[in-house]
Ligand binder design. Sequence first.
Ligand code: FCB
Length: 459
Amino acid sequence: MGHPLTSGRLALGTASAAFQIEGASDRDGRGESIWDVFCRRPGAIRDGGDGVRACESYDRLDDDVALVAGLGAQWYRFSIAWPRVVPEGTGRVEARGLDYYDRLVDALLAAGVQPTATLYHWDLPQPLEDAGGWLSRDTAVAFAEYGALVHARLGDRVRLWASHNEPWCAAYLGYAAGVHAPGRREGGRAHVAAHHLNLGHGLLRQALPDAVGLGIVHNLAPVWAEGEESRDVADRVDAIRNRVWLDPLVDGAYDDVLLDVAPVLADPAVVRDGDLELIRGSADWLGVNYYTPVRPAASAAGGAARPAHTEGEAYPGAGELDLVVREPRTDIGWEIDASGLEELLVETHRRTGLPLVVTENGAACADDAIDADGVVDDQDRIAYLRDHLAATRRAVEAGADVRGYLVWTLMDNFEWAEGYTKTFGLVRVDRGHDELPRVPKASYRWFAEEIARSTDGQG
Ligand code: FCB
């Protein structure tokens, strides 16, 4: 059986990630992850939230699969928590962790939904962080071993695999800006983490059978310079946001602009002989997560006048810059521009030649309140999704080979540094009630109708 990308149609579905929904963080032998530890750091999470309960999906597998099925979703993208399966990161395998994902996969298949598994959605086992985290080459080796053993268990039923989710966030928000776990501010060393994430993907490809449909999910972004004087800084931002991932994959190289920004990537002790060859051609498909464009502006303020912490720190070596955010914006402050998705898909397909999947797209909205009739009338989210789905279809017409579009996310969940303050779900999770009731929003019904129309061939 081939992987589902061979279907040639735009599959619709939704996505989630282990740490954001599972809870049960100390159950069934699960080890600790860098996000468990980071959440305990005072001030790290906006509302002081954590993943101890999250949405309790670990205990409500059947309810949540029923929500996916009720949508009529063709695909459901979930992630596997590395510390549930290999609690110390290497060595001992926890059978109960694997059993959980086994049950999840079977439940999805029984409901007629294709499971899509992401192996790394940011929850690195803490013992590996203690040994250097993604700054250590050993983490890449451990990742490939972990991935291969998960595949050995689920690969007979899961046809579509992703190695990493948004390694840009793992490397640069985690090790440069310090706003995501592990919360380190190592400046240009973060480029080493990026290389090791690339290497981990390449090593995993080598460890899996050839026939496996293995992809990688990036939050690539259209990078739009704010005026002529920002062209150079925008090019450097583009190198750190997009090219650091796509160039090794396509060309087996890091480009000159990137090497200038990140001299450490020219160090043969970091990028060793054979690494780039291993990474080249190592993906069968590419996941694109899109929310917003990136608009760099050469900073007028100059170093000393700038606040100590700026988003520019997530682009180490790019120089002084501001990231301009235009209106309109979603509730998380991200600019809304669906044309960015169309441009990104067309350009990324041209650049890579790979089949693409929009593995995440969605919006945090302020109109998520529940009214007196128990209804969540989230028209802002519906408008956002409708426009972005239309942009995806335009990209397909323009020649981009896009095979899937997955809404982020099934239900309101733990939104990383924002805690529970930002909601992206098609389903509301009512945190005011101890039982965390699930309430499908208007957007859930809209998307269910959209899926029904598209599978009827009328869409
Ligand atoms: C992406 C993450 C996902 C979710 C959305 C809003 O960066 O992959 O887990 O938090 O943003």
